[in-house]
Design a protein around this ligand. Structure first.
Ligand code: FAD
Length: 514
């Protein structure tokens, strides 16, 4: 279903005369000799040196705005052919929503993957529907386009203004992952440009080593230019529910029960609320309490609370049966009864919910602040020890952003991808999504948050919890080696096969350019 490889690689294009003028750039003079459909720019290197984390700012030498897959392959091929005589590295930049410079390349070349977006999305209906989409496409556009056919991908991230290639290089985890696995589990085929500049189509049946290597491979083995993503029938509506607990153990028991049950909700997440008041009132603009009188008597009062967030998909003509199933499932849970809040929204509104917060934060100038985020994967057997120390002690004074916490079941996840997870079958995703107040030196300042993050990591190491980082970030190769554990050798082997000069994704800081 992918376009023919040779066609994609044919490079009979010409230099587009309508593009911004070239400045002479002594660092990489040969750029001007490449025949491209798109163009290089030297004007917006500052933008390419920024990401959502807003902490790392490595300036590249140039930004490629590709208009074809051939633009990417010929650029990389040129660099590969120079071998170790060049130090140039290349980073694909999706939507730049990494938090530690992972999509940056100091003095290298950034490939602005969103320029490839213009390529048509091809939707295949039939028994196993799928969409064949550019690696630079945003998931929000995939949702809108597939929705026209009554279809949608099965597994999402909480926020959809991220690119297909960017999330598939990590995993793409959200409240559907307990059932469908992460996004990397829902891909049939990829087209990849390796660190040698070759365009290779890969899947479970064809070039499987590259296929699984690239999925969750942190951009190390190739640039994803197209992905064939599996689809399902899209529901029209979502019943969206939040309930609260005083004890973490009750939340986790209910979450684990729900992720193990066949007839469960369609989305299961949760979060921790530390030191907040007026909670239910704040949520009332989007949710209505099941029992308004009881809810008005509930006082959050700064106590640590745990929220279960769940959703059931439905179509308007199935509303009665959905309500009945929801009631049945809720009756088996042990949340605080007065805190049952519900809402009915369209499927698109539900999936694009974080964008609403983004818009609000942007208007207050609070979106482009430093984001010292930390995502951990914690084995089930250690989660209560973790919760006790982290929520009861290290973070007991509050958090500077949401702390998500929810379990997933690895039996639904393909273990052949490059993603590293804890050894146990059930593990928790714990996401500390902090925002730092720009010039504060107080509790909401960047340094304080980083210190707390480090305290959490130190505790995990000391208590030997078997934690793995998601969207990992390390400074030393020994740490990467420890992260990959028994998978390290395979990872190194794949690097030497597909990107022997370590040209790709230098911002991950795993390998040095050879
Ligand atoms: P970038 O940041 O641009 O790139 C990430 C890495 O992938 C870089 O190393 C880059 O070089 C490489 N890369 C980019 N494109 C390609 C490509 N086409 N081929 C190969 N390599 C490529 N993650 C989740 O799993 N679940 C969530 O719910 C979730 N929510 C988020 C919410 C917000 C508000 C933000 C900012 C991030 C969230 N993330 C979540 C993290 C997100 O998935 C990663 O940061 C992802 O990398 C962002 O995608 P991007 O397109 O911005 O990639």
């Amino acid at each position: 279903s992918l376009a023919d490889k040779s066609e994609l690689c044919s490079n009979s294009s010409f230099l587009n005369s309508s593009v911004p003028s070239y400045k002479s750039f002594s660092n990489i003079p040969w750029l001007e000799t490449l025949n491209l459909d798109g163009y290089f720019s030297f004007d917006d290197i500052e933008h390419a040196a920024k990401d959502f984390g807003n902490r790392y700012h490595f300036q590249p030498s140039a930004v490629l705005y590709p208009k074809s897959v051939a633009d990417i392959s010929s650029t990389i091929k040129y660099i590969f052919d120079m071998g170790s005589t060049s130090e140039i590295t290349v980073a694909a930049r999706g939507h730049g929503h990494s938090v530690q410079g992972q999509a940056q390349a100091h003095r290298g070349i950034i490939i602005n993957m969103e320029s490839l977006q213009g390529t048509e999305m091809r939707i295949h209906m039939g028994e196993t529907p799928y969409v064949d989409v550019s690696g630079g496409e945003l998931w929000i556009n995939v949702l809108h386009e597939t929705g026209k056919y009554g279809l949608a991908p099965k597994s999402w991230t909480d926020y959809l203004h991220l690119t297909v290639g960017g999330t598939l290089s990590n995993a793409g985890i959200s409240g559907q992952a307990f059932r469908h696995g992460p996004q990397i589990n829902n891909v049939y085929q990829l087209e990849v440009i390796t660190g040698k500049g070759e365009a290779i189509t890969c899947s479970e049946q064809q070039n499987a080593d590259l296929f699984y290597g690239v999925l969750g491979g942190l951009g190390q083995f190739g640039i994803i230019t197209r992905a064939v993503v599996s689809l399902e029938r899209a529901p029209k509506m979502v019943k969206w529910i939040r309930v609260l607990y005083y004890e973490f153990s009750k939340l986790s028991n209910d979450q684990e029960y729900l992720i193990s049950s066949e007839k469960s909700f369609d989305y299961i997440e949760g979060f921790v609320i530390i030191n907040r008041t007026g909670l239910l009132n704040n949520w009332r603009t989007s949710f209505s309490p099941k029992d308004p009188l009881q809810a008005s008597q509930f006082i959050s009062d700064g106590r640590t609370l745990y929220c279960l967030e769940i959703a059931k998909y439905f179509n308007p003509d199935e509303s009665d049966i959905m309500n009945q199933k929801t009631e049945e499932l809720l009756s088996e849970l042990s949340y605080i009864p007065s805190t049952l809040l519900m809402s009915e929204v369209s499927y698109v509104e539900f999936l694009d919910r974080v964008h609403v917060s983004e818009t609000k934060l942007r208007t207050k100038g609070l979106w482009e602040v430093p984001h010292p985020w930390m995502n951990l994967l914690i084995p089930r057997s250690k989660i209560s020890e973790f919760a006790q120390e982290v929520f009861g002690n290290i973070r007991s004074e509050g958090s500077n952003g949401p702390i998500l916490i929810y379990p997933v079941n690895k039996s639904k996840w393909n273990n052949r991808t490059s993603l590293i997870t804890p050894a146990e079958n059930i593990f928790y995703i714990v996401a500390f999504l902090s925002s730092a107040a720009p010039s504060s030196t107080g509790k909401d300042g960047l340094q304080q948050i980083l210190t707390q993050n480090q305290k959490i990591l130190d505790f995990c190491a000391k208590a030997n919890l078997g934690v793995k980082q998601y969207l990992p970030h390390y400074g030393k190769q020994e740490e990467w080696q420890a992260h990959f554990g028994t998978q390290w050798e395979v990872f190194v082997q794949r690097k030497s096969t597909y990107d022997p000069y370590a040209i790709l994704a230098p911002g991950q800081r795993i390998f040095r350019r050879k």
